[in-house]
Design a protein. Structure first.
Length: 357
């Protein structure tokens, strides 16, 4: 075959290939699934499917609840766990650059501190109305999600309720020297001290703290070890939230040698605090954040806190665990939880008296 014949054949082959490619492109265009569009709508949908939570609540307590939300909503949830006061301080330090959408704290003091700093956005009225007014912020920027009572946990092999003092001041008596435990780094304890400052004044709070230290109060990192130490007789009384005891009873039975006492004289040691949540003013996923806060006040979540964590549900119609003392039978002080927002002042006081050394 001559060079000219080969060239003619090659041109024909190339032309055929080009024609086939063009035909394929036409057919493909007719049946191809369009590529994902980066429109504002699709971006908004992707953003709504994410959520970043800063949780001052322990993962062992609320991790399963957050997992329920993940599964029910399909939202991708990232959780950062830590101490309530620590995470509140972190949000303040991060400022407008905080990645957090929701702060889920263990006490009204930290919630109030963030609100006081202007870090929360208003919550929808439909969310706020699910909770009584005394368990939410005045301006509607945070809402309580469960109630927790301050109590004295005591060793039942050594004491009865009649042996216990009327209020927290009685624990400064020499009789209790070295026999009382507290956890000054715990957020709920700090809220209790803030309540004392509000109800009794700064100097009386300082006097009580110094008297307890002088009476050789025993220091623990958190509430659970206090309850354990009380049951073992290492100490006789501990300053804790009510629900820690019931976890021990659930695991070890009614014979567990400790019980709760709501101080008969009332005062800050008998206060009802709340765990709660607020949506950050810089939240990048506000829709998902609203869904999460609403979920915390759903019947599903409220039954979880009542039956699993032994806290007080705050939504009407969901009963508390039968082992708990009804809220209306606790001699609570006349305290507005909105007034617990000076967390910084409490931390400074605790440092000054040496409780945080």
């Amino acid at each position: 075959m001559s060079f000219r014949d080969r060239l003619s054949r090659d041109r024909l082959s190339i032309a055929s290939v080009v024609a086939l490619l063009l035909l394929g492109a036409v057919l493909l265009a007719g049946c191809q699934v369009p590529a994902p569009q980066t429109t504002k709508e699709s971006q908004a949908s992707q953003e709504a499917s994410k959520l970043v939570i800063y949780s001052g609540r322990n993962e062992n307590l609320v991790g399963p609840l957050i997992q329920q939300f993940r599964e029910a909503s399909g939202i991708q949830v990232e959780v950062r766990y830590g101490g309530t006061a620590e995470l509140a301080a972190t949000i303040l330090e991060e400022g407008k650059n905080s990645p957090a959408d929701v702060f889920y704290g263990q006490d009204a003091g930290a919630l109030g501190a963030l609100n006081k700093a202007g870090r929360f956005a208003p919550l929808p009225q439909a969310i706020l109305e699910r909770v009584p007014e005394r368990f939410r912020s005045r301006d509607g920027n945070w809402v309580g999600t469960s109630g927790r009572a301050r109590v004295f946990v005591y060793n039942t092999e050594e004491l009865t309720e009649d042996d216990l003092p009327d209020d927290h001041w009685g624990l400064t008596d020499p009789r209790w020297k070295g026999q009382v435990g507290w956890a000054p780094t715990n957020g709920s304890f700090q809220a209790f001290v803030t309540a004392m400052r509000v109800l009794e004044g700064e100097e009386k709070a300082r006097e009580w703290l110094e008297a307890m230290i002088a009476n050789d109060v025993q220091v623990y990192p958190k509430n659970t070890p206090i309850v354990d130490a009380t049951a073992r007789g290492e100490i006789l009384v501990g300053l804790v939230n009510h629900y820690y005891l019931y976890r021990f009873i659930a695991e070890e039975g009614e014979s567990f040698p400790a019980r709760n006492y709501h101080p008969r004289g009332g005062g800050p040691a008998a206060m009802i605090n709340v765990a709660g949540a607020g949506i950050l003013d810089t939240a990048q996923h506000p829709e998902a954040a609203e869904k999460f806060v609403a979920f915390l006040l759903s019947e599903t979540a409220q039954r979880y806190v009542a039956e699993t964590t032994f806290e007080y549900p705050l939504v009407e119609g969901v009963p508390a665990h039968p082992m708990l003392t009804p809220l209306d039978q606790i001699p609570v002080p006349d305290l507005d939880l909105n007034d617990l927002d000076d967390l910084q002042g409490t931390l400074e006081l605790l440092r000054e008296v040496g409780a945080l050394d």
